[in-house]
Design a binder for this molecule. Structure first.
Ligand code: HEC
Length: 98
């Protein structure tokens, strides 16, 4: 019963706050926060290194253009959703080769 009340509380909270809450996915024009970049790094190590171990690509190994091109393809390979893909992108682009 407690759980049900909690669930109800969450539902109400979510439905009321929806208009004001920022979307979770990173919008292109909004620079990512340090926290998002850190999350992206975790996801990168978790999802991308399955195949790429022991060679770990550093963000600085590629330019923004190269990352932007390769990431959609690799996100499909890693079977991750758009939110995770965006966080990984935030991480690699934050340190991309100039
Ligand atoms: C299912 C295995 C697999 C997963 C998961 C995977 N990759 Fe890859 N990746 C590959 C293979 C195979 C290649 C080389 C051939 C190609 O481009 O498809 C590659 C190529 C790359 C390249 C280009 C390397 C170069 O020298 O040009 C980059 C960068 C890269 N992956 C990054 C990532 C990132 C970032 C992720 C996580 C989102 C990821 N990969 C997830 C298998 C994988």
């Amino acid at each position: 019963m407690k759980n049900l009340i909690f669930l109800l509380g969450c539902t109400i909270l979510v439905s009321c706050s929806q208009k004001t809450v920022e979307p979770v996915a990173i919008v292109e024009t909004v620079p990512p926060t340090a926290e998002e970049i850190a999350q992206g790094k975790d996801l990168y190590l978790k999802h991308c290194m399955k195949c790429h171990k022991p060679k770990v690509f550093a963000p600085g190994d590629f330019t923004i253009k190269q990352w932007t091109k390769v990431l959609p393809k690799m996100s499909r390979k890693a079977k991750i959703d758009a939110i995770k893909s965006n966080l990984i992108r935030a991480y690699v682009l934050s340190g991309a080769k100039k």
